[in-house]
Design a binder for this molecule. Structure first.
Ligand SMILES: [Fe+2]
Ligand SMILES: [Fe+2]
Length: 326
């Protein structure tokens, strides 16, 4: 299964150049890793997982920096990228449990590349988030293809090897809140309405483990791809779910028009109106300068939305009072 983006990404000479540079970085890194770890699958996966999770650290660091300066605040990006780092962290634990980090030489190489890659990703993300997300998409695509190939070549052996404990506890026994947060096929993931089932892996053998690690990489590819489209805003599944639930409460009130409403339900409905201000005036950010400019614009829009919502809520309160008196 190879992921095909639902819509083509924007193109142009600059975007094509960015992709080529990214392709060169990824191909060079893959060439070196494949040579150094030739014939040693788990150490190679350990190196991949150590390096592939680093861009999420970079995204989180830059987003926190923007927020600290008050330029740009995007809680949902922080939530989703953090969920992705925790997912990659568990992939790393799995590879360590399979002996991938046993050699000092392997750890030394992977960790030092990770430090350099962190700063490269920070710089690229500040200049062009689109390019940084594309770089990460290419890295995640490579991770997906690597695990897919490994599954095909070692199916029999993997199906006879019991799963490592850390994989069972992560995919099956643990709290899956953060796991659900980066899934793209449920809860209107990536702003699409879908009704697919929530992903709940069953882990018995190492085949199940690697298959789910591979499927996680595909979720990362989709998210990184989505983030490159101008104007797209990444929403966390938990935020979408909360908003949808709240809207259902409001819709219930609309249907019951004319009947007396319960106090707590009405309050929740008012909260929905107020919370939707978060979605007003939201913009994607195309780099550090853009974030500063949009951050200032957004504050102005957000303040006026608060005023509008407050007026709307007090008007509705007055109407309710009038209805009661009548
Ligand atoms: Fe991974
Ligand atoms: Fe990944």
């Amino acid at each position: 299964m190879v992921y095909t983006p639902p819509e083509p990404l924007p193109s142009g000479p600059l975007i094509e150049a960015e992709k080529k540079v990214n392709g060169f970085i990824v191909d060079s890194a893959v060439f070196v890793i494949d040579k150094l770890y030739e014939g040693r699958d788990y150490p190679r996966f350990y190196a991949l997982e150590t390096i592939a999770r680093v861009p999420y650290f970079s995204f989180l660091s830059v987003l926190h920096l923007y927020e600290s300066f008050g330029w740009w605040r995007r809680a949902d990006y922080l939530k989703v990228h953090f969920a992705e780092t925790m997912n990659e962290y568990h992939h790393l634990l799995i590879m360590e449990a399979m002996g991938g980090a046993d050699s000092f030489k392997d750890r030394f190489f992977a960790q030092h590349v990770a430090v350099v890659y962190f700063w490269v990703a920070v710089l690229i993300y500040m200049v062009s988030p689109r390019m940084a997300y594309n770089l990460s998409e290419q890295v995640e695509e490579h991770a997906y293809a690597t695990y897919d190939d490994f599954l095909k070549k070692n199916e029999e052996e993997l199906k006879q090897t019991p799963a490592c404990g850390v994989a069972v506890s992560y995919f099956q026994l643990g709290d899956l809140y953060l796991f659900d947060e980066f899934q793209t096929n449920v809860y209107d993931g990536l702003n699409k309405a879908t009704n697919e089932e929530v992903r709940r892996p069953k882990i018995k053998t190492m085949y199940d483990v690697i298959e789910n690690v591979r499927n996680d990489e595909l979720e990362h590819v989709k998210t990184m791809n989505f983030c490159q489209k101008p104007g797209n805003l990444l929403r966390a599944n938990s935020s979408i779910r909360a908003q949808r639930k709240a809207r259902e409460i409001c819709d219930g009130i609309v249907e019951n028009d004319g009947e007396e409403e319960e106090e707590d339900v009405r309050e929740e409905c008012d909260l929905v109106v107020a919370s939707e201000q978060d979605a007003e005036g939201e913009k994607s950010c195309e780099g550090v300068l853009d974030c500063i400019v949009k951050g200032f614009e957004e504050r102005t829009i957000s303040n006026s939305t608060v005023t509008d919502n407050t007026e709307m809520i007090s008007n509705r309160e007055e109407k309710r009072e009038d209805t009661k008196k009548a």
